[in-house]
Design a protein around this ligand. Structure first.
Ligand SMILES: Cc1cc2nc3c(=O)[nH]c(=O)nc-3n(C[C@H](O)[C@H](O)[C@H](O)COP(=O)(O)OP(=O)(O)OC[C@H]3O[C@@H](n4cnc5c(N)ncnc54)[C@H](O)[C@@H]3O)c2cc1C
Length: 470
């Protein structure tokens, strides 16, 4: 009997997690226009050139084939849900019994004159490398240069942190951030934005809050209030929007995410599952990598149930727990009860990144130990260590602290909710620190176990716990 055909469009967090959920009893093809998976949540580290591009990518063919499936590098240009077929630009049609659409989000065009031409975006490794290189040349020039980051959301703030991580001592360089809202990281508790703002001001960043950009030219930007500011490098950090394919395929109204039921089935076509950023759920969900991966896993389980004629289950989003890094100058852990600040949180995030990549690049046989060791070496490269750690290394590896960010400091609780006094606050802080440490410890333990094993075919690892990434 022929195996049910499953096609997964998009090999990002959701698509690869979905691929993981099917076994040899299914005939699975993953299609993506790009050869490499890119770990988008850490792209900002290319801005400071702390991470090398190769550390952030994995060959999709290897990842998919290791799961026993087929990878096709091609662009899907149309979906015909009636005939159960996808049409790829180069490879023609591909029939399916079940389709998983995991096409993520697309770059959002901005209407601001000159922005598309002169400002750089950060949505891919290639763009991150280009920004890092432009910044390096600008900092080397020696005369006065200016960097403008447009947007004070996650990407803007994380980019700013990376610029400061590398160049905060360069006196000739003006660094500015422009945000139309009145505060940074508006979606997070106000204490986080305030703490970031305090660090930025201490590092002489020009913060223009409540201002927006009306035009961009090669070497300057115009504010909505009319004035022009010199800007040798302008970074545009607006978020993404729905990929046009969703509407073209009849899965979404024009310009919207594809409406999905709680089972992740398309509301238009029950044999089509929508996972990751592309999904429009009734209960809005943060467009985050860990939610995308969780949706991919649920979509695969439900697709198997559908094929087996069993009842489908609802998708339960993961709790939001965020770990935001600010160029290793500081980090913030945010969950329902508490906000904790401390540079040590950056190390936890690095560990989560390495564990996330190692899980996707699941080791098998020869070469796996080498890849894992390379990954760990990359994680502890001297240049990548937080300043305080480098300050306490023995001679000749130590580096003299340049400012307070290069000195060790204890994490502190910035805010707690539902805690009525000092003791309750301390308890909330302690239990949050415990949760971060436990998460990081679990990932670290898994990495060590991976290294220890003799790498004959491994059983699948359990899914990552709710990621702390953002
Ligand atoms: C700069 C940046 C920073 C981020 N930071 C964080 C963070 O710190 N923490 C966090 O949790 N999340 C972060 N995110 C969000 C996170 O990356 C996304 O939520 C996640 O990637 C969504 O996963 P996905 O699988 O839905 O889509 P993606 O990972 O975007 O994958 C979609 C894939 O589909 C492919 N595709 C699309 N259309 C087609 C087509 N027609 N044919 C073939 N292939 C197609 C694309 O090539 C892509 O590979 C960030 C995103 C960006 C851009």
């Amino acid at each position: 009997m022929s195996r049910p055909r499953v096609v997964i469009v998009g090999g990002g967090f959701a698509g690869l997690a979905a691929a993981d959920g099917f076994g040899a009893e299914h005939d699975v093809t993953v299609i993506d226009r790009g050869a490499d998976f890119e770990f988008l949540p850490n792209l900002h580290e290319l801005v400071s050139r702390t991470k090398k591009p190769d550390a952030l990518r994995l060959a999709r063919r290897r990842v998919v084939e290791r799961r026993g499936h087929l990878f096709r590098q091609d662009e899907v240009v149309a979906i015909d849900p009636e005939r159960r077929q996808v049409l790829a630009r180069d490879g023609g049609g591909l029939a399916y019994d079940v389709l998983v659409v995991a096409t993520g989000s697309a770059a959002r065009e901005t209407a601001v004159p000159g922005a598309a031409r002169h400002a750089l975006a950060l949505r891919s490794i290639a763009e991150g490398v280009a920004i890092g290189e432009r910044l390096r040349r600008l900092a080397r020039r020696g005369d006065r240069g200016a960097v403008t980051i447009v947007g004070g959301g996650f990407t803007g703030v994380e980019c700013l942190g990376e610029v400061l991580r590398r160049y905060r001592q360069r006196r000739g360089l003006t660094v500015r951030l422009i945000e139309p809202g009145r505060r940074l990281l508006a979606s997070q508790p106000a204490t986080v934005g305030r703490a970031v703002r305090a660090i930025a001001e201490e590092c002489d960043v020009e913060l223009l809050l409540g201002e927006s950009v009306a035009g961009v030219e090669a070497e300057r930007v115009q504010l909505a209030s009319g004035s022009w500011l010199r800007s040798d490098l302008t970074l545009w950090t607006a978020g993404g929007g729905p990929p046009p394919l969703l509407a073209q395929a009849g899965l979404a109204p024009a310009g919207e995410w594809a409406p999905a039921a709680a089972t992740l089935q398309s509301r238009a076509w029950p044999d089509v599952f929508i996972a990751g950023d592309s999904a429009g759920l009734r209960r809005g969900l943060a467009k985050q990598s860990y939610q995308a991966a969780a949706m991919g896993r649920r979509a695969a389980r439900n697709a198997r149930r559908l094929l087996a004629g069993r009842e489908l289950r609802r998708f339960s989003p993961l709790d939001d727990q965020l770990l935001i890094t600010f160029g290793f100058l500081s980090g913030f852990y945010v969950d329902d009860d508490v906000v904790v600040e401390g540079a040590v949180l950056c190390v936890a995030r690095e560990l989560l990144f390495q564990a996330g990549m190692a899980e996707l690049d699941r080791p098998r046989r020869r070469g796996a130990r080498r890849r894992l060791l390379r990954r760990l070496r990359g994680a502890v490269r001297l240049a990548a260590l937080p300043g305080p750690w480098r300050a306490v290394l023995p001679h000749p590896y130590a580096r003299a602290p340049r400012d307070r960010f290069d000195l060790p400091a204890l994490p502190r609780v910035l805010e707690w909710r539902d805690a009525e006094g000092g003791l309750a606050a301390a308890a909330a802080g302690g239990s949050s620190a415990g949760r971060v440490a436990a998460g990081a410890g679990r990932q670290g333990g898994r990495l060590l176990r991976l290294l220890e094993r003799d790498l004959s075919p491994m059983p699948p690892m359990p899914p990552l716990p709710p990621s702390f990434l953002t």
